[in-house]
Design a protein around this ligand. Sequence first.
Ligand code: C2E
Ligand code: CA
Ligand code: CA
Ligand code: CA
Length: 282
Amino acid sequence: AKDSGRGRICTFTPDMNRRVVERMRMLSRARLAFDRQSFSLQYQPQVATSDGRVRGFEALIRWTDAELGPVSPDRFIPVCEDSGLIVPLGLWVLETACIEAMGLACRGIGGITMSVNMSAVQLAQNDFVPRVLEVLDRTGLPPNRLELEITETQMIGSLDAAIDKLDALRQAGVHIALDDFGTGYSSLTYLRTLPINTLKLDKAFIDDVHRRTDARSMVASISRIAHDLNRNVVAEGVEELAQWEALSRMGCDLIQGYFVSRPLAADRIDGFLAAWEERRKS
Ligand code: C2E
Ligand code: CA
Ligand code: CA
Ligand code: CA
């Protein structure tokens, strides 16, 4: 027993060390990237199932490091959260996305909502609400053109405080979306109690929606409940026409995914919009 105990420690420790060292390296590279402004954003369109028109974009952060290569946000966001770097970084994301949305409006592309992912760590800051409002003020983006995406797992532990902040933002006109719906815990309660405008159905639900009746009845039921509660429904990760058709029949309001477009660099948005308009009409 003693031996096997020691064996376990020996197999786990180097691995844990390696991970700690990796995270520290990533954090120091991320700090450097933040100082040098080498993060960027891409924008993925969201289109209405009803008429195929583009209604908004989700801003997604991108980072290619000189030493680490391209790093997925799924990997570096948690590191930035643990260290607090997400607070200034998230503010930069918000401001950059708002400026881009204003640019679209100035180029005559109206009625577009910009969706921005918010970390739990940002939401937990005391000055979260005034910070968001400041950015809107500074960039001139009307509050109802901004949607903040939050996840239910972020709410655990500080639900009342989170609800108060989200309420304050909603009062100001900002839209709130519940992201990754269906991957967390107590989904239906959150759907009812959180002050949200929009429900984003996770890709896990969407993958089989055109193939399996169980996936279809889940999506149909959730959509119906969401609509009864006056929430919009967005389907994420739509990759095929058959999924779009199924989702449209089930009353999903918007779809987002590779079928419409991968996330786009800012300078490719206009080209996409022109090409999409052609594709939509045909
Ligand atoms: P998310 O918010 O759920 O974003 C959707 C992810 O699915 C994105 O991955 C997007 O590129 C990907 N995706 C979109 N359509 C499809 C599709 O049709 N098929 C497949 N396979 N994937 C699709 P990405 O950009 O790698 O981001 C991963 C996660 O990182 C995001 O998940 C979000 O949780 C987080 N993240 C990204 N940008 C930010 C940010 O600015 N701030 C914060 N706090 N988190 C962010
Ligand atoms: Ca999101
Ligand atoms: Ca999501
Ligand atoms: Ca996600």
